[in-house]
Design a protein around this ligand. Sequence first.
Ligand code: IPM
Ligand code: MG
Length: 347
Amino acid sequence: MLVALLPGDGIGPEVIAEARRVLDALAIPGLAFEEAPVGGAAYHAKGHPLPPETLDLARRADAILFGAVGDPTCDALERHLRPEQAILGLRKELTLFSNLRPAKCFPELADASTLRPEVACAIDLLIVRELNGDVYFGEKGMRKTADGLREGYDIMSYDEGEVRRIAHSAFKAAQARRGLLCSVDKANVLETSQLWRDVVIEVHADYPDVQLSHMYVDNAAMQLVRNPGQFDVIVTGNLFGDILSDQASMCVGSIGLLASASLDANGKGLYEPIHGSAPDIAGQGRANPLATILSAAMMLRFSLGLAHEADRIDHAVARALAGGARTADIAGGMSTSEMGDAVIAAL
Ligand code: IPM
Ligand code: MG
């Protein structure tokens, strides 16, 4: 089993190093690692954020563990050379269309949430975000209006096949959980969303045991802070999912805690923390590695068939937190590697 390690930029290398140590501590027979540069690091080393060798490794590997991309020194580059294009390129090239972003409150951390503890404690939800379409991948550009004004544009679209396949992922995820699916769109304004809603309703016919509801995205953003405990599975498009998943992360206490999986139709996946490269704290050993460690657990579970080892990591993280392990983002003083030590000790 080959795991591609793509640490990337900013705090990416620090958090990937801790996930690697945790995986090594499990001593899984036959698990091999190969590393390649991605994002700004790859641009500086090889002139492109997603060099061919990195894409090739990602294709060859059974699973990909990804750190973060984003590098302020690249802000002035043409868009196709910016670090973010690496993750967008991997998602698109490998058809990783189904992004699973679970958010669950650790009771010990309810105080770290900006919500009242009793509200935060009720959170146990999964955002299923479509990753291959929407305004992210539509035609985009800069042009001049008839009056000579500069105009930027990004086309939002989904075809029914794209909606159908993510809807199936979401209904299946809901079946494996509490059986509630909330589809989030903006069907009161957008045609893209009207099609989204129509297709989700059609797919529902295959999953009569799942209770389906629909919510406009503005209301969903409000409900996520008003009463997040009402949600089980949320399915939504690429842009709305990007925004709502950052919001959900803060509801549970810190963006440093949320893991994610991006899966293709065959269960191959890329696993990454949902946080970014955090250049402001990079290299200081202050980043919380738990989101990446939990992403490694998702990788063992979903792509490598190692559910028992995944459970061991999940339990070790819970035990480390229960034992008081805290990095700065969750009101503590531990360094990145001390948090890694705490998880390994709890294994
Ligand atoms: C995420 C990130 C990415 C996204 C960026 C880095 C392109 O914010 O994974 O949520 O917008 O999808
Ligand atoms: Mg995001």
